[in-house]
Write a protein that binds this ligand. Sequence first.
Ligand code: ADP
Length: 334
Amino acid sequence: RVLSSDSGGPLEENFSLALRPRTIEECVGQDNVREKLKIAVQAAAQRGEPLEHILFYGPPGLGKTTLANIIANEMNSAIRVSSGPALTKQGDVMGMLTNVNEGDILFIDEIHRLSAPVEEFIYPAMEDFKVDFTVESGMHAKTINFPLKRFTLIGATTRAGLLSAPLRGRFGMLLHLEYYSDEQLTQIVARSARLLGLDSDADSLGLIASRSRGTPRIANRLLKRVRDYAQVKGSGRLTVDIVERALKMEQIDELGLDELDRSFMRALVNVYDGGPAGIDAIAATLGEERDTLEDVVEPYLLQVGFVRRTKRGREITKAACDHLGLPYKGADKE
Ligand code: ADP
């Protein structure tokens, strides 16, 4: 068990591993997804067949990796983990595929970032459980046809639309993960606090949950920050006052928005007169990656109605301006 504080890297990973639910039952929320998975797992087990290929999509930190591990657990299968950017050559995939046993799970995170040649290489593996491997090149090129064991590919991506249509079409189940309610996040934080042996006042965990942007990963991360704060500035016990002070220090506001969320909205208002503005322009203004804005920042701002997406670009809403205390100039826009 890792209880030390850190801001990333392997310790952070261990921390989130320790808090990760292991079974479908232990998992909170995502009822629809869990129900579909339970049925699929049971049906496949009864038939003694591997599961269909599954694609999870939705914003980061909502449980895609967690669910992939849970499925492996429930199917009693081994899981091999990789990611789109890590599989650059056909040889990388070949190594993985030829090592799988019947029923193994292959988890590919950020699957939308597979290169085109690797993607095409995977098609026959997904469809017919075989690969055509080309050795050497030019005149001496030889294609070797290699049969594979029946495996299950689980892909994860932040947006299903980022996948090419042929790849998307090869998944039997496309499962969308949604933001969690405050109540569900409270359950998750309470479970984490219990696992970490934390002592807490009644409302303190709900307060953390309500500031977590609907995201379990953020909820666990904030819990960790608050735990540190309580230990150093208080008695170690989590109270509403401690949570408020700790989150203020983290620059998390009453709605759970952080500095990046706010600078995104401020840029829209101050630089682009409320919008519409293109995502590339906003990214350039903020000096941020476009991907980060599209995957992490925007989905939640859209969800809470602070940003609108139109054909001409992103626009700020009145609710956002009210929240930020900025004048709203968009009343005349449609
Ligand atoms: P993703 O792969 O979608 O980015 P993860 O699966 O890594 O997200 O989840 C991030 C963390 O959030 C996990 O370590 C886990 O502790 C927690 N978590 C995610 N989903 C749930 C859930 N449904 N119930 C409880 N904890 C969860």
